[in-house]
Design a protein around this ligand. Sequence first.
Ligand SMILES: Nc1ncnc2c1ncn2[C@@H]1O[C@H](COP(=O)(O)OP(=O)(O)OP(=O)(O)O)[C@@H](O)[C@H]1O
Length: 635
Amino acid sequence: METLKNLLSPLTSSTGPIQDTLKLVVIGGTVETARRASVSAWSGFVDSFFLTAHFSQEDYPYDWLMHWLSKQPAWGRSREFDITTRSVSRHGLTQSTSGDLEEEEEDDGLVSSGRRKRKVAIIPSVDTTHTIYYRGHWLRITRSKRFQDYGSCGELKISVVARNNDILKRLVLEAKREYEKDAEHRVHIFMADTNYGCWRWNGARHKRPMSSIVLEPGVKDMILADCKDFLCSEDWYAERGIPFRRGYLLHGVPGSGKTSLIHSLAGELGLDIYVVSLSSKGMSDNTLANLMGNVPSRCILLLEDLDAAFTRGISRDEKSTGAPIGNTSSSSSSTSTSAKNKEENDGSTLSLSGLLNSLDGVAAAEGRLLFATTNHIERLDPALSRPGRMDVWVNFKNATKWQAEGIFKCFFPSKSSQQASSSSSPSTPQDPKDPASQENLAVPKRKKNAVLAPSLSDEEICVLAKRFADAIPDDEFSVASLQGYLLKNKTRPRECVEEVLTWIAQERETRAKLKKEKEEREAKERKEAEEQEKKEREEKEKKEQEEKDKTAKEVSCSTKSSAAPSEPAIPEVATSSSESESSTTGAEADGEESVTSEEDSPEEKGSESATEKTTSSGGNETWVAVKGHPPDPNV
Ligand SMILES: Nc1ncnc2c1ncn2[C@@H]1O[C@H](COP(=O)(O)OP(=O)(O)OP(=O)(O)O)[C@@H](O)[C@H]1O
């Protein structure tokens, strides 16, 4: 007791350094606790006046708001921010914004050396609260990230002191309007993520003018009119109970403008494109159904290389058989093997019925334009391309002379069309027969240091285009290959025409060479495959023979044991041709009776020394000799 008193005495005594320290700690602790309590009470009080809206990156309003925020001057003045050089952003952050560090002029040296300067943009940092003044209200904006199984997902929280949420509604609508205004010049592309069965934004491309697509007269107009008509016929479809969906099948040779036309249409109609590659790794019926059920009502759904989903193992050339692997009723065993291989190779378990269900099952989205492309229409199952699923079919062929002329004029617009486009005058009346005047030819805006093609008169361009077209044989070269040639000569229109025949000769030569190489390669592969098959067959036969020999050995052993109880069996048992051979040789050497076949010595049958044939396969016979006993019927 005395000891305890002594210990506490420095604390209880009126003065002393330890007591003073303790007092300070207690007072400090009390003050801090009171401060914290008051701060949290105050913030709770203040928060009760705030209206807060949350936006997730998974939904469109997040994009609208990020786009709107990126345009606010306050972002540029923010004291804490992230800097990004991502050239393409879903949020338009690299467009000229107040917070953008993009320099006006591009360094000529960099551009001429083929390297573009990277744009640098300021974006609000994550997990920091920023305050922005908007229409008489202070908005508190916090950007954060939520981590999910498949990566992080951005979130935006906007709080405002207001009596009702009108100001937030107004903000969202304004952000949406601005976003859509900016998107007018771009087409957003979404790609299917087969791992998580969701759509991932893949970038925004500049719209491609319809005038830059050169197809046979009337084709583009027909498709565009059909799409427009569909998009404004929702009620018509509803009244008749027809599912509000429309499918377009674009088929034909590679490089003929199928994909380009779809991009162009998307720009013209103001729709986003959702792309699914049916042959992508991990694609299954469920994933596809999930994806198809989650496209927005107004969009273009693009199924690329429709045939490839079921003919993965087949190359894209014309000689491939093209029979849809998953659907043929004949050769079912090979079909199942191929399907199995396919699954083993890439984990894809997509079936034709799964695809059909996704296209028009109950869960399939309505109001979308379905575009499917294929280079091999003959490979498609009729169920896939029947009306209702694919309502409009368009065949894309190699370039005609008309197209060659059109694409030449696209590359080398005449002086007058250049002037017309630079003064952005309204379109002039068009002559549908002339590929040049069929539409307002898109003349790209040139950089000041771009190498310019000589500006030729209308007449000269027409003459050159005609000569170029005359030299191009109908239906031999794809528009893409003509484009490749024109690109190589983009500043030399006259030389381009003069040298076209040489180019054609070279192309033909290259093709012939490639064809020959391909044939040789195929022949070699075929030979190798045959040899491999032969080897496998031989190995299989050998294995089978070994199995049979083994069985025969077992049988002979059992014969021996069944003979044992009555009388010990003579240990002269041959179980294989080789053994038989050696035993025969041994017997002969010993001067004893040798083991022979029934056919060879029928008179021995039933004699004291009986022989019995047990198995015969692959030319090798197995003989069991049981001396002194008739053949055992069980053997
Ligand atoms: N009819 C066309 N008009 C204008 N450009 C074309 C045309 N056809 C092809 N091209 C050009 O050729 C290139 C390839 O075209 P695109 O990808 O649209 O062909 P595709 O038919 O979809 O080919 P694939 O079947 O191999 O996918 C593009 O750069 C495009 O500009």
